[in-house]
Ligand binder design. Structure first.
Ligand code: CP
Ligand code: NVA
Length: 302
């Protein structure tokens, strides 16, 4: 049976652990310069509706390093832009390639594509989820702390796609998640309700200091995500108290790391001092996208 990765909830705890262990092995193989090309003859299509640097390049480079090929498709340049049904596109791509990564707006678009495709569909970011990001962030956290169990992870800022994916990760793994989001910018209600039903340690409040206090991992992201550019100015006013800066980091655990999925706006959601400072894990975090995508591709395609 084909597997999709539309949200982290598509994976069991054991599968997440397997992927993270494998990603670490692939990182070692990569740094040793060893040849490892299990995906020769395989092709990954990538349909992108939004800009991307890390996701696109890590999937393309990862696939090339594993011996496979990629085809990058801007949605506007495909027949989808001329109203060819998603179902037909899914059926046709299933005859040509081995998996598809999609970056788009509505999660439902991905679900429909996955429903009609005979090949794995991977979420490369939607308005509501960014599973590959948070799965590779878990790799960064495990590299720094050995494990994710028992850690306090803070999210400061917008209850967006990345925040939602952290909630799904907390539904599967054993860390505590504290989210501080302004009123009206909370993460997905359905996921919060699921966390409450399943008795998971996912806590939502409005105070950044409460969320960050004693945390080992402090996360933030832009205040206006792709597609929300028109709200950027209004959001700057609302989110100003949610900046991750040196004063806020003083509340965190002394060995705390800061994560930012990037791109970042220095002086808005995070100061340059923190992003470029010793507690920032953002550059390892960006690198780990590559190793995680490779583990995922190997698992889905081999
Ligand atoms: N973090 C992330 O997904 O970056 P890109 O938008 O550059 O792919
Ligand atoms: N929340 C951001 C993440 C970018 C990688 C966005 O959706 O634009």
């Amino acid at each position: 049976m084909k597997r999709d990765l539309l949200t982290i909830l598509d994976l069991t705890k054991e599968e997440i652990n397997h992927l993270l262990t494998r990603a670490r092995e692939l990182k070692q193989i990569h740094h040793q310069g060893s040849n490892h090309r299990p995906l020769e003859g395989k092709t990954l299509a990538m349909i992108f509706d939004k800009p991307s640097t890390r996701t696109r390049v890590s999937f393309e480079a990862g696939m090339a390093q594993l011996g496979g090929a990629t085809i990058y498709l801007e949605r506007g340049q495909t027949q989808l832009a001329r109203a060819e049904p998603l179902a037909d596109t899914a059926r046709v791509l299933s005859r040509y390639v081995d998996a598809v990564v999609v970056r788009t707006f509505a999660q439902e678009m991905l679900e429909e594509l996955a429903h009609h495709a005979a090949i794995p569909i991977i979420n490369g970011l939607t308005d509501t989820h960014h599973p590959c990001q948070v799965l590779s962030d878990l790799l960064t956290v495990r590299e720094r702390f050995g494990n994710t169990d028992g850690l306090k992870v803070a999210w400061v800022g917008d209850g967006n796609n990345v925040a939602n994916s952290w909630i799904t990760a907390a539904l599967r793994l054993d860390f505590e998640l504290f989210l501080a989001c302004p009123q009206g910018y909370e993460p997905d209600r359905g996921l919060m309700a699921q966390a409450a039903r399943e008795n998971r340690p996912v806590h939502l409040g409005e105070d950044p200091e409460w969320a960050v206090s004693g945390a080992q991992v402090v996360n933030t992201d832009v205040w206006a995500s792709m597609g929300q550019e028109g709200e950027a100015e209004a959001r700057k006013q609302v989110f100003r108290p949610y900046q991750v800066n040196a004063a806020l980091m003083h509340k965190a655990a002394p060995d705390a790391i800061v994560l930012h999925c990037l791109p970042a706006h220095r002086g808005e959601e995070i100061t340059g001092e923190v992003l470029d400072g010793p507690q920032s894990a953002a550059w390892d975090q960006a690198e780990n996208r590559l190793h995680f995508q490779k583990a995922l591709l190997e698992w889905l395609l081999e």
